[in-house]
Design a protein around this ligand. Structure first.
Ligand code: RIB
Length: 270
């Protein structure tokens, strides 16, 4: 039963609308909202804290019913909390807050262990910005399996940053024989750099991504990836937020953490 006078609008704030992962999250959230006679507005921070802060201030002023967010910094929710706007984090585990994610530490470990199982010993990890908890957790997972991985910090989490990281990988001596990337867009950029340099994948460079977006399977060399159930993440986060803002129940909802699964394809040798 909807409380009279409450806004019928949920907001979704994402890091990068150019990343299909967030489109899939939005799809799941939108389905759950529609089923509850609510609608969703989506804001894109483009990984810029100033935009994120401006959007969250607008959303608080609009008195939206609640906010689903994957922010640049978790501290961005302070304004929502001060204004009494409920929120649920999506795509990372945030201690002490309600969040829906996969276990990114397990996801990083899964990717690293797969490459060890394929016989690789010189393994690189291309990570996104450490400000993002999900990137820190994936690196923690890699380090739980590989005591001394070759870690390259990518400038972002997009294809261009992946191409740049791929060029740096190729310049390393001795060259790694495998690379795990913090998301599929980075992995697709690394793949592009390998193909452009005539380096055979996986024979000379095995590649693993993360998210398993639709383009992973459609890549020039189908990409092995750690799958995130993106639509399910969006739907579950929206359902938690709707429950918190519709019923009288004021108890804090527990976070939901899904187990990641590895989808093995040609880029590591299926
Ligand atoms: O946007 C950065 C990454 O964080 C996405 O690819 C997804 O993995 C999210 O968790």
């Amino acid at each position: 039963q909807l409380r009279a006078g409450r806004s019928r609008t949920l907001a979704l704030l994402v890091l990068d609308l150019a990343n299909p992962f967030f489109i899939d999250v939005a799809r799941g959230a939108e389905e759950a909202a529609y089923e509850a006679d609510l609608n969703v507005i989506t804001c894109n921070s483009g990984q810029r804290v100033d935009r994120e802060t401006a959007y969250l201030a607008m959303l608080a002023e609009q008195r939206v019913r609640g906010v689903l967010l994957s922010p640049v910094t978790d501290a961005s929710v302070d304004g929502l909390r001060r204004n009494g706007i409920p929120y649920v984090f999506v795509d990372r585990l945030v201690p002490g807050a309600c969040s829906v994610s996969v276990d990114d530490v397990a996801g990083g470990a899964l990717a690293a262990r797969h490459l060890l199982d394929r016989g690789h010993r010189r393994i690189a990890f291309v990570n996104g910005p450490a400000v993002l908890a999900q990137c820190r957790d994936r690196e923690q997972g890699v380090r739980s399996v590989l005591p001394d991985p070759i870690v390259l910090a990518a400038g972002g989490l997009d294809v261009a940053s992946g191409r740049d990281a791929g060029a740096r990988l190729l310049a390393l001596t001795p060259r790694p024989t495998a690379v795990f990337c913090a998301n599929d867009l980075l992995a697709l950029g690394v793949l592009q750099a390998m193909v452009a340099a005539g380096v055979r994948v996986p024979a000379e460079m095995a590649i693993v991504g993360y998210d398993d977006i639709e383009f992973a399977a459609a890549a020039a060399v189908p990409l092995t990836s750690v799958r995130q159930p993106a639509p399910r993440l969006g739907r579950t986060a929206a359902e938690l937020l709707i429950a918190e803002t519709s019923g009288e129940d004021t108890h804090e909802h527990e976070s939901v953490v899904y187990e990641p699964e590895l989808v093995i394809r040609e880029s590591t040798g299926s």
